[in-house]
Design a protein around this ligand. Structure first.
Ligand SMILES: [Zn+2]
Length: 286
């Protein structure tokens, strides 16, 4: 079917108490893997193109992989542009067919984040594309922060209410302690904070850094109001590890395709596992 908008997928996910996985794709095999898992489990899907994929393949090309595969899929799929840093990147994503975008102004001072997010919301709404925005600032595994520094970056319920009112964003990614990438140890997800934000913001909430979170943490976050969970690092890791193993068999035979297919099915298994954790299986027709 044609791509669907995030507005057709996320509000009912929050209402009905599940989350939709937003799986980052970096190669055509990863696109096929995400669709294979979603179709097997009858789950709605979000395929996201982030800055790494944009740099390596170009936004047009990466989005074309998703559009082409979605056209012959029976499950609803959203094409999401992840972590765009400026209006130019957003416009290129819209032109490439994205049906959802994230603007990340979290590095900017708050007033500037509000101003630029509002401008991007107005632009995207003119073509009926919903906007995810970030409040507070998420850490990455490469960030070496003290506990106080990390806490100082988190969103608050009061800030989220004001940000949503002033920007008109459709989907909110509040910094609540999850961490980008897979580091050592378990990230300190602040479920109390997430619950207090969800009590006053009725938009679908997003958790970035889903790779580092275990099923119990995810279940708590989804109960609290999270409707989209981003998964990137663990899929990249799964792909390259499975490819490395497969090459031990297929490299001596100079045979690339079976090695790529082995990596693809490993990613499909990982996506299926995450769909299980997110509770979206069987919700393709919601
Ligand atoms: Zn992110």
């Amino acid at each position: 079917m044609p791509l669907v908008s995030a507005a057709q997928v996320l509000p009912q996910a929050r209402r009905r108490g599940y989350a939709v996985g937003a799986f980052s794709i970096h190669t055509p095999e990863m696109v096929d893997a995400v669709f294979a898992a979603g179709e097997r489990l009858q789950s709605p899907l979000i395929l996201q193109v982030g800055r790494r994929a944009v740099q390596q393949s170009g936004v047009e090309e990466a989005c074309a992989w998703v559009r082409r595969r979605a056209a012959r899929s029976p499950v609803p799929a959203v094409l999401h542009l992840d972590h765009a840093l400026d209006l130019g990147a957003i416009l290129r994503g819209l032109r490439a067919g994205c049906t959802s975008v994230m603007y990340d102004g979290s590095d900017l001072p708050l007033e500037e984040n509000v101003r630029r997010t509002s401008e991007i919301v107005a632009t995207c709404h003119a073509v009926d594309v919903p906007v995810e925005a970030e409040v507070g600032r998420m850490s990455g595994v490469e960030d070496d922060l003290t506990v106080e520094e990390a806490e100082g970056r988190l969103a608050t319920a009061e800030l989220c209410v004001r940000f949503v009112q002033e920007t008109g964003c459709d989907v909110l990614a509040p910094a609540v302690g999850s961490v980008h990438g897979l580091g050592q140890g378990v990230p300190h997800l602040r479920l109390d904070l997430l619950t207090s934000i969800a009590a006053v913001v009725d938009l679908p909430l997003v958790l970035h850094g889903g790779s580092g979170l275990d099923p119990q943490q995810l279940a708590g976050a989804i109960r609290a109001g999270v409707a989209k969970v981003n998964v990137d690092t663990e899929l990249r890791r799964t792909f390259v590890q499975a490819l490395g193993q497969a090459l031990e068999v297929f490299a001596p035979r100079d045979d690339p395709r079976p090695a790529l297919l082995a990596a693809e099915s490993a990613v499909a298994e990982q996506v299926a596992l995450r769909i299980g954790h997110f509770g979206s299986a069987g919700h393709a027709r919601d």
